[in-house]
Design a protein. Structure first.
Length: 112
């Protein structure tokens, strides 16, 4: 606080300094590259989530070329896909692993 208040000679005001045209272009290209990278990551994430959902709970339906291409086409609108998956998320029931899991103290075998 109080710097340069006692100076009688003028000093350069650098508040209006702007980037050079080359730096400005480079910054714009860098920003577009970051945005495209984030968008691409979102598309891949949404496509994988759609393929997991389409495969079924235990992977009964495998993924083929048509489903992968369809998932990437649908994944291009990844913000909408993530909202859709968030609102329609199914509750996953925790089940015992294997056959012959005993019921809760009832002494009977529950087939899973």
């Amino acid at each position: 606080m109080g710097q340069n208040l006692s100076l009688s000679e003028p000093f350069a005001d650098t508040s209006g300094v702007v980037l050079s045209p080359a730096d400005r272009t480079a910054d714009i290209i860098l920003g577009i590259t970051w945005a495209c990278s984030a968008y691409g990551i979102g598309v891949i994430f949404a496509a994988v989530k759609l393929l997991e959902r389409w495969a079924g709970e235990h992977g009964e339906r495998g993924a083929n070329l048509v489903s992968v291409v369809g998932a990437f086409l649908c994944g291009s609108a990844w913000p909408l896909v993530l909202v859709y998956l968030w609102f329609t998320e199914k509750e996953v029931q925790r089940r015992g692993v294997g056959v012959g899991v005993y019921g809760l103290g009832q002494g009977q075998v529950v087939k899973v």
